[in-house]
Design a protein around this ligand. Structure first.
Ligand SMILES: [Zn+2]
Length: 496
């Protein structure tokens, strides 16, 4: 027997009006998140010495989980997303000690802190799916939802007068941007479906923003492999707007992410999945991913390049494009890509020779651990493909040439612990290519976080060790040369 709606309903202290458009919730939510952040991190000595992963997880668990039920009722408006973002962003910068002008998207993805869009959409869609799929049809919330959903629609969508209408309109808008509606595979998959949907919605909205509202995104190619360059902004562009959308095409949508999407912009960086990796290694890789600015910070930055304790805004702006490598005639701004793959200074080139042996070992180890993770989790789909791809990695590795563009790309991705899909490699280069085989393996592995711990530990530790060796060699050579930092001319800038 359905319970009739009355306007005096109170849910967890908040009045529920029939329209459920509770704009006042937004005003209550932000102070709540800010206060929780202050209590947990700003004035709390116990959390100040935790590593980055623990801090990020604490924030996500405590702050975003404790306000989850409120998030579901927030309006789906850009101003709401932005106000939530500023809270999570401020925390993330402080927590990870990031560069003040580092791209926002990078902050979100490295800390695996969802953006405001993702938080609100996930909470709202999860609630909607729960109410749609609930068997407790007599409960007030389910009855109200069913009643609202049954109201007559206008020709072009619903009237937009209720919470259900808002949600419906939002999903319809996203369908026009190429995002399929959320369809849980089972009543137990509501949470993961909402999560995957929120991620796809975030990408679609960002893409629409980036390319202009009048571009038909359905006509745009869905797969655009990342370019082989390596600046912080390029990462963000690749990962937010590029191949991470592939997870849609891989048939995993709505269930879980393949390992190839366990990257910035996918379902979070491997850096946040490690348990035994040293703080040094995590810091090194997190900073190296920032592009040229990483060389104004320890541990890779030469002494004369390091940022002073107190920096002016002008200093940040002046160094945002990095500094020209003084060791070689390339004239390029030095960054992790340059040090690993390009710099022709004799000492750096010499350090690259043993590093490539270590890279080959790391490649074999990663392939083994990825295939093992797949087996352990016993998900039938992809297991055979994963095993075949792991064998291909082993078979093709002896003929791997690290000096080709694909070889340089692979070296870079291995060192920075950034998984990638097979579609990164051009179709005509995939035959007999170990990078493509690794991408295929990472596409096939679709497991839960805990099954990836061993892989994340090995990959992050191994990659950081190689980068540390070559980077240390480059840094010592710059220190010995005594070269002062020189900013590149605007034409060479990575951040145009
Ligand atoms: Zn150089």
């Amino acid at each position: 027997m359905p319970v009739a709606w009355v306007n005096s309903y109170i849910y967890l202290g908040y009045p529920l009006v029939q329209s459920l458009s509770m704009v006042s919730l937004k005003d209550q939510l932000r102070p709540r998140m800010t206060a929780a952040h202050a209590r947990l991190f700003a004035y709390n000595g116990a959390t100040q010495h935790l590593n980055q992963t623990a801090r990020a997880q604490l924030f996500k668990t405590y702050v975003t989980a404790s306000v989850g039920y409120l998030l579901a009722f927030l309006p789906l408006e850009p101003s709401v997303f932005a106000s939530l973002d500023s809270t999570t962003r401020a925390f993330t910068r402080r927590c990870l000690d990031y560069f003040i002008y580092s791209p926002t998207a990078l902050l979100h993805v490295e800390a695996a802190a969802p953006s405001g869009v993702a938080l609100v959409v996930r909470a709202r869609v999860q609630l909607a799916l729960s109410l749609q799929n609930s068997t407790a049809t007599a409960s007030p919330a389910v009855a109200v939802y069913a009643k609202l959903a049954a109201l007559p629609c206008k020709v072009h969508g619903r009237s937009g007068a209720s919470w259900v209408d808002d949600t419906y309109n939002f999903i319809t808008t996203l369908v026009s941007l190429g995002v399929p509606p959320p369809r849980p595979s089972s009543p137990f998959a509501l949470k993961s479906t909402a999560k995957a949907y929120a991620r796809a919605a975030t990408y679609a909205l960002l893409r629409a923003e980036e390319r202009g509202a009048h571009i038909d995104l359905r006509a745009a190619p869905s797969i655009s492999g990342p370019t082989l360059s390596a600046t912080a902004r390029q990462y963000v562009a690749d990962d937010m707007f590029g191949y991470s959308l592939d997870s849609n095409d891989l048939g995993h949508f709505g269930a879980a992410s393949p390992l190839s999407a366990r990257c910035p912009g996918g379902s979070g960086s491997l850096l946040t999945k490690t348990l035994t990796t040293s703080q040094h290694a995590v810091t090194l890789l997190a900073r190296a991913r920032l592009g040229p600015t990483c060389l104004t910070m320890a541990p890779l930055g030469p002494t004369l390049w390091l940022r002073p304790l107190v920096c002016s805004v002008d200093w940040y702006k002046g160094t945002a494009h990095g500094f020209i490598c003084p060791l070689c005639p390339s004239g390029a701004a030095a960054d992790a890509w340059h040090i690993l793959n390009v710099c022709s200074h004799p000492a750096v080139a010499a350090a690259r020779v043993p590093a490539r042996v270590s890279l080959a070992d790391l490649l074999a180890r990663i392939a083994l651990l990825a295939a093992t993770a797949q087996t352990l989790n016993s998900l039938p789909a992809g297991r055979v493909r994963a095993r075949a791809a792991a064998l291909d990695v082993a078979a093709f590795s002896p003929s791997l040439n690290w000096d080709t563009p694909v070889g340089l790309f692979l070296a870079y991705r291995l060192c920075l612990a950034m998984p990638f899909p097979e579609s990164c490699i051009a179709a005509n280069e995939r035959l007999g290519c170990s990078a493509a085989a690794l991408g295929r393996l990472l596409d096939s592995v679709c497991v839960r976080d805990h099954a990836l711990r061993a892989l994340a530990d090995a990959w992050v530790t191994g990659g950081a060790r190689i980068l540390d060796t070559i980077g240390g060699c480059w840094r010592d050579a710059v220190n010995a040369s005594g070269a002062p930092p020189r900013t590149p001319p605007p034409a060479l800038s990575h951040f145009r």
